[in-house]
Design a binder for this molecule. Sequence first.
Ligand code: SF4
Length: 439
Amino acid sequence: MDLMEKLTILADSAKYDAACTSSGTDRPGNTVAAGCCHSFSADGRCVSLLKVLMTNHCIYDCKYCVNRASNDCRRTAFTPEELAELTIEFYRRNYIEGLFLSSGVIRSPDYTMEQMIGTLHLLRYRHNFWGYIHAKTIPGASPELVRRLGLLADRMSINVELPSEQSLSQLAPHKKRQAIFSPMQQICLEEKQSRRELAVYRKAERFAPAGQATQMIIGASPETDYQIINLAAAMYGKYALKRVFYSAYIPAVEDSLLPALDAKPPLLREHRLYQADWLIRQYGFGAEELLSPDTPNFNLYLDPKCNWAINHMHEFPVDVNQAALEVLLRVPGIGPTSARRIITARRNGRLGLTELKRIGVVLKRAQYFIKASDWLPGARLERQTTIRALIDPKVYSFGMEQLSLFSDNPGSRPLPTARDVKSITEAVEETVLCLASSL
Ligand code: SF4
């Protein structure tokens, strides 16, 4: 098989891995195209990467994976020399700035890791390639090999795959929770140690300077959003992860334990999880504040911050001229940048709506939750009006045909029929009434 054919197969096989900022697509987590993805390097630059597998042979049989041993597909593998050569050639031609390398498990986890280490070693020391490399750790590989890989890669990741041990044992019976979390712990400790050493000695060895990430598949197993974000928050705290990537399960294989082949990927749910993840990392929300065992899933019509605000109306309106930074951050329409600008600007005088708009506050949402020098929302906020105004217009762009009404590019979709328009209106009305009555 020639190199081009191998590349086509192995880039296509890698597209289901969403543990990068984009997966060669027009949307994070989408897998319509293959070969290229983006990531953020240790210094914050967005870099484009060649995204490929070392091999799509696999001795494991994870039920949700197209590369599983029992799936009948074309198989191939790169040698370390071939992949190193290919990467450096793409790099020299300026097509890519780095490499995202994952792999099926060939022979054993240790053998697979040795092949990956061989490739990175050639790239670093034969071809003098010092661009960005994101490498996947193979669950079950020995700690020594994890360390060697970490000294060659910028970012490492090991996929959690499924949010609970039970689902893991059902759908990926060869993978053990321990084999995933032990290397995660090791990477976290080695990375901290490396940072400490670099602080005293500039030439100390660098271990995965861009940190580690992981990926969870959403919708292949029955876990709730509450379980998923709690697990993500725990991993951020315990293993200092840089990112958790959520990947809507795209049915690719038929199995009685998985959603049907014609089931739609839960893209809107994935989007809500990314929003909640952002609130946890950037806004200081706790996972338990966003959901609870009684309401274990996100409202698909409202983004998690608006949903939280609607459920905590007693904490509003917030006086923008007095509130602390962490209180401002909880107001829909106020982000970290605008919250900091508000704190700075109000030293020079009281702020009204005009100043807030200039600062970057999204008044369309914030107006229901703030008090300003020239603005006071109604003494009793009218819930139906507030909810109606806050319904996220993006819900229509996640797989619902009706969305063509609100699309940025309506010409690309068929015009909605009178029946579509009626069903959208009815759905929105129904949601507003249902939300209002449940609050
Ligand atoms: S280990 Fe599982 S998820 Fe990874 S390539 Fe093999 S079958 Fe797929």
